[in-house]
Design a binder for this molecule. Structure first.
Ligand code: KIV
Ligand code: ZN
Length: 388
C-alpha cells in the first residue's frame, strides 16, 4: 500500500457551505492559488451545477491552477456531471466527484428512492462521468450510517464502473475513531475489487472528533486520502482541519509512517487568508494556527523553552508559517519588510499599485503609532484584499 497520504481540500466547496462563509469568484480563486502554494493534491473548487456563480468559480480555478488536481462536486445525475465536466474543461488535471446518499434514512426520507434505484443511479452516474473524465471520485453520502451489506454492493459496482477514489463520508459527524477506522477497514476487506480504488475519509466535526476519526480511518482503515478544510471550516461544527491532520501525520511520522506533499510553511498564510475572506475568526487556542498555539505564558514553560525548545514544543512555529523573526514594523520599515509581512499574513494584493497604496497608508499610520501590529496591517489592506 502507498505511503503517500493524499490531501484533498474542500474549503471552497464543503467549507463554503458553512452559513455566512460564501465567497465570490475572485476570493475563491485567490484561496485556490494559496492552496496550490500549499501543495494540496486536490482542490475541490465547488459544485458547478449548483449555481452560475459556482460554475464560473470552478471554471476560473480550473484554468488557473496547474499543480493541483481541480475537482467539482456533482450529484449522481447526467446534468450535474455534465456541468462539472464543462466547468473543468480547462484544467491541467481534473476530477469529478459524484455522490448519492446510501443510508436508509436519506434514501427513504430525502431521496424517496428504493435501494435498487439508488444502486442503479450510482452505477449509471459513475459510468457517465467516467466517459468524461479519467479521475472519478464516488461518495455514498451518509455512508457511515448506511447498511454495510448495501454499501458494499454499491461500492463494488461503482468501482467496476471506473470510480478511482471511494470516499466514505461521516456526513453528520456521528462516528467515533475506533469504529470509523474499523468501518473503513471492513469495507476495504469486503468489497472484492477494493484495491482498484484509493479509499478516502470525509468527516464532520459535530462531536469534535473529525480529525481523530479521519486519522483512525487512515491508520486502522488504510485510507490514503483525507478530505479536509483550512481551519476546519464547514457546515455546523465544520469539517476535518487540514492543518491538524497534516501536522499530526508529519509530527508523528513514527506512528503513521506516511508522507504528505504539503508545504507546511504555507499553512498559517492559508489559515489567515481563509479567515479574513470568510470573516470566520480562528479561536486563539486552535491547534497549529491559533494565535496562542506556540505561545508560552507560564514562567516554567518559558524557562524550559529558552533552555531547549523541545521541552515544550513538539513542532516549530516557523515550520507552519509563523514568522520566525519577529521584525517589528514601524516608521523605519521599508517596502520589502512590509511586502514580506503581507505574504506571511496570507494577504495577496493584486498589483504593484495596490501594494504601493497600502504601503503609503502603512507609512502614514507608522508616523502616528510606534509599533504596527498584524491587526493594523489587516485593517490597512482589508479594502483591497477582502472586499473585492
Ligand atoms: O458530508 C458529506 O457527505 C459530503 C459529501 C457530498 C461528500 O460533503
Ligand atoms: Zn461533507
Amino acid at each position: 500500500m502507498s505511503d503517500q497520504l493524499i490531501i484533498f481540500d474542500t474549503t471552497l466547496r464543503d467549507g463554503e457551505q458553512s452559513p455566512g462563509a460564501s465567497m465570490t469568484k475572485d476570493e475563491k480563486l485567490r484561496i485556490a492559488r494559496q492552496l496550490e502554494r500549499l501543495r494540496v493534491d486536490v482542490i475541490e473548487a465547488g459544485f458547478a451545477a449548483s449555481s452560475n456563480g459556482d460554475f464560473e468559480a470552478v471554471k476560473a480555478i480550473a484554468s488557473h491552477i496547474k499543480d493541483s488536481t481541480v475537482c467539482s462536486l456533482a450529484r449522481a445525475n447526467d446534468r450535474d456531471i455534465g456541468r462539472a465536466a464543462e466547468a473543468l474543461q480547462g484544467a491541467a488535471r481534473s476530477r469529478i466527484h459524484t455522490f448519492i446518499a446510501t443510508s436508509e434514512l436519506h434514501m427513504e426520507k430525502k431521496l424517496r428512492m428504493t435501494r435498487d434505484q439508488v444502486y442503479e443511479q450510482a452505477k449509471l452516474a459513475v459510468r457517465f462521468a467516467r466517459n468524461l473524465c479519467g479521475d472519478i471520485e464516488f461518495s455514498p453520502e451518509d455512508g457511515y450510517r448506511s447498511d454495510p451489506d448495501f454499501l458494499c454492493r454499491v461500492l463494488e459496482a461503482v468501482i467496476a464502473e471506473g470510480a478511482t477514489t471511494i470516499n466514505v463520508p461521516d456526513t453528520v459527524g456521528y462516528a467515533v475513531p475506533e469504529l470509523y477506522g474499523n468501518f473503513i477497514k471492513m469495507l476495504r476487506e469486503r468489497v472484492p475489487n477494493s484495491d482498484k480504488a484509493i479509499w478516502s475519509v470525509h468527516c464532520h466535526n459535530d462531536l469534535g472528533m473529525a480529525v481523530a476519526n479521519s486519522l483512525a480511518g487512515v491508520k486502522i482503515g488504510g485510507a490514503r486520502q483525507v478530505e479536509c478544510t483550512i481551519n476546519g471550516l464547514g457546515e455546523r461544527a465544520g469539517n476535518t482541519s487540514l492543518e491538524e491532520v497534516v501536522m499530526a501525520v508529519k509530527t508523528r511520522r513514527d506512528y503513521f509512517g506516511l508522507n504528505v506533499g504539503i508545504d507546511t510553511s504555507q499553512i498559517v498564510p492559508a489559515s489567515r487568508m481563509v479567515s479574513q475572506t470568510t470573516g470566520f475568526v480562528v479561536q486563539p487556542n486552535k491547534a497549529v494556527v491559533g494565535a496562542n498555539a506556540f505561545a508560552h505564558a507560564s514562567g516554567i514553560h518559558q524557562d524550559g523553552v529558552l533552555k531547549a525548545r523541545d521541552t515544550y514544543e513538539i513542532m516549530r512555529a516557523e515550520d507552519v508559517g509563523w514568522s520566525a523573526n519577529k521584525i517589528v514594523l514601524g516608521k523605519l520599515s521599508g517596502r520589502n519588510a512590509f511586502k514580506q509581512r503581507l505574504q506571511e499574513l496570507g494577504i495577496e494584493l493584486e498589483s504593484e499599485g495596490e501594494i504601493n497604496a497600502a504601503f503609503a497608508r502603512f507609512k502614514d499610520l507608522a508616523d502616528r503609532k510606534a509599533e504596527i501590529f498584524d491587526e493594523d496591517i489587516l485593517a490597512l489592506v482589508s479594502d483591497e484584499s477582502v472586499t473585492k
